[in-house]
Design a protein around this ligand. Sequence first.
Ligand code: HEM
Length: 409
Amino acid sequence: MTDGSGTTDGAGGARPRRRAVLLSGLAGAGAGVVTGAGAAVARERSTPVVDDRLTRARAVARGFRGTHQAGILEAPPPYAAFVALDLMPDADRGAVERLLTVWTDDVERLVGGRGPLTDLEPELAAVPASLTVTVAVGPRVVRLAGAPTPTWLTPLPDFPQIDRLEERWSGGDLLLQVCAASPTTVAHAQRRLTAAVTDLARVRWVQRGFREPFEGPGLPMRNLLGQVDGTVQPDVTGLDADLLWVGDDGPAWLRGGSSVVVRRIAMDLDAWDRADRFSRENAVGRRLDTGAPVTGGGVDAPADLAAVDELGFHRIDDAAHLRRAHASAPHERFLRRPYSYDDGTGATSSTGLVFVAYQADPVRQLVPVQRRLAEMDLLNLWTTPVGSAVFAVLPGARPGELLGQAMLT
Ligand code: HEM
């Protein structure tokens, strides 16, 4: 099998050369410069690990058919593109059906490592790299399809204390969440899926995101404030599954689907640079080094919201993000799946978090938390929401079905 670099993945003669190139880069970057015979030994020892990881990561193909769409429960791979599109002004039900027919087929092929029928670069699709594509719709699509619109499928309420929302990062008729372990795979899937529907929909905004490529068990996500992020989550594959998936109390066409809230939150890193370490840890109520609550224990220890210091003040500040975001009732929970963004210009709003939350009903589950955070949250000193959008995540397509089939019938 070719690996895209012109060498082979088998035990062919080209392999050691590729290993050496890879590892000389790593040695220079991480472990200092090793020279002479020692370098050769060091390279040879670490080679299989690096090579296997890359090969494995490139080869993983996620499934497509099922009760739920992929891209929600999986551990988030390091690269993502969130692409919002608007249907053409004269779009009708037929346009929605055509678009979902094209995307169902194209997504199934892409995640399986095959190019869509119109793909002129199918070689790029041959590296699925854990690709998932999650399709979600806004209220206009649901109306055009003739299905009942869930009451929550509407923009989040305004939070005037914090929001500085910009049109260019907000709203949309459709959302594609494209995630993979390779940025090339993400770019290719994004391009194929948008190009396939140019006569039906226009791209409204694109938000690219990234996470640490070497995350894994014990290696958590850090956002660009340096904080361990995404620690406290509901058990959505177990007892809390109802918090994630639309059930019998939602519209029949959406059962097995969900909702996604995408908020672009800019970080003022210059101001963050000026804050001392105590203020930074106090802002969330967690340590920066380990991500553990400031009240003690490891990263997974429950935060002790009642703990007080010798003066009687709460050890987790009354305005700390953790305290303000903590669920005050069991239903106030959701799955966070954030990505960092950084457009590299260094300009205001050029760095931040693409905050992504999945839940069965955002108005019931997320809005009370967001309202508390807007009223008081120390993190607001450094963060500003500049974009916001809400979409209904279609249920999974079972064998023989289109994505959104139940919405169209
Ligand atoms: C740039 C913006 C944000 C940053 C940097 C941020 C960062 C963090 C960090 C570091 C934690 C602690 C570790 C963890 O449990 O993940 C946390 C917890 C949390 N955040 Fe945020 N967050 C942001 C925005 C939001 C927003 C907009 C919401 C909801 C509307 C939210 C909801 C939560 C929740 C529910 C928790 C867990 C609270 C608990 O311990 O029970 N966050 N966040």
